[in-house]
Design a protein around this ligand. Sequence first.
Ligand code: AHR
Length: 507
Amino acid sequence: MAKIKIFADKNLKIGDIDQNIYGSFLEHLGRAIYEGIYEPGHPAADKDGFREDVIALIRELGVPLVRYPGGNFVSGYDWRDGIGKRSERKARLDLAWTSVESNEFGTDEFMKWCQKAGISPMLAVNMGTGTPKDALELFEYCNHPSGTYYSDLRRKNASEKPYGVKYWCIGNEMDGPWQICGLDADEYGKKALQTMRMLRWADAKKADEAGAVKFVVCGSCNAGMKTYPEWDRIVLEHTYEETDFISMHQYYEYKPDSKNPLEDFLGCADSMSDFIDTVRSTINYVRAKKRSRRKVYISFDEWNIWTQSAERTEPDWIKAPHILEDVYTFRDMLVFGGMMNALLNNADVVKAACLAQLVNVIAPIVTQKGGPAIRQTTFYPFRYVSQNGRGETIRSISTSGEFDTERGKARFINEAVTHDPAKREVCVFLCNYSQKAEEVELELRSFGDLTCKQFVSITSNDLDAANTFARPEAVLPEEREPVPVKGGSIADVKLAGMSWNFLRFAY
Ligand code: AHR
């Protein structure tokens, strides 16, 4: 068996890891809100109807930031429908998901839930049916202290103190033909710029000033869009001096009927890195063209595996339909682990990211109405990476072999190496995409004497294995014997064929 060598040197830093790359997303879609985080009457619900069993799982996942209220939903949403007395709130058509939105849960409930769950909110404003003025008024409602119509309305409805929302997404996927009142790149770029200017004036702080709010403009909604990457260039040319982030979204799908389904799917993690590379280059191009000193970063605020070809079985125009409730397999978990590595390996430019989504809808947590909440397969890599992948990512050089996929070559061993100087720890996250067990020699240079403290693997002999209410523990991580470290820097690790692995070293 050939040994795969991975070298990582403390001095070869890629970038500081922003904890907000472990963000997630809750949309008014299916059962994410209703029966997900909010279910009055559930045995685990508190007096506000927030499910505490779900909050406990979210805390275990280590999610610091949640994007809300959409998604496609936001482009038809009037935030005013979701505030004030519950008995007076009106049910509306949600055109994005052909559902009924009762508006029982809105901005104030979300803010209260965030405070309870220890999460920072990332609010998206409506750039579809909504105007810059609607966005400004939401901003005033959330962030202005008092003495104006909307700030005083917030004080009356829910909170004396302003919410101080720091992250604002200026619309959602405005390039998508499915988006309610979608725009072309010039139209959107101009509208986003005007909106951000108004919100900046309301914030009364300049871009880049300490404590200023942060904006995310819409980038292409996936790498397959015909307008990609021109959309990103044009939008950035309009907004470069005002925005802090450009968004990226990408979902991958296992297509069993394609020619090499497994290889093509496993190669997705590498494609995600290529996609980030292109957007990084586009940002750099616009920065150079504008002779700007500012740095704009990427907010990868929707990423996951999603079987988009699945048919809807629930009727239209009902509240909280069971839609997009993907059951994640062991195979999905392997690709998901590689996607997390892609975020880490691009920590220089990806400074926020949201796993889409958090509960029930393409999510790591699934609930039953009136019943329990369980962890899907993807819950586990997310939990280990978010809890341990802190500090900075360091560059690694690998001799791993490659396999062919529809999008080009991909590596059998997909890795990310992080270093937390505060904790004096080095963590290595490894996916083995080979059917065979692989011997990997890890050479971790310049740290001094390392000791392996933890070795966790997720393995299965069934790629279709999944955690369900009937078998919630079908796929679980296993703690293994920590590996010896030769000379304080070289560790030989045997990885099972098709596995996700995590090693933690201390010095
Ligand atoms: O996360 C599900 C949907 O995917 C979101 O509403 C949209 O932004 C994307 O197309």
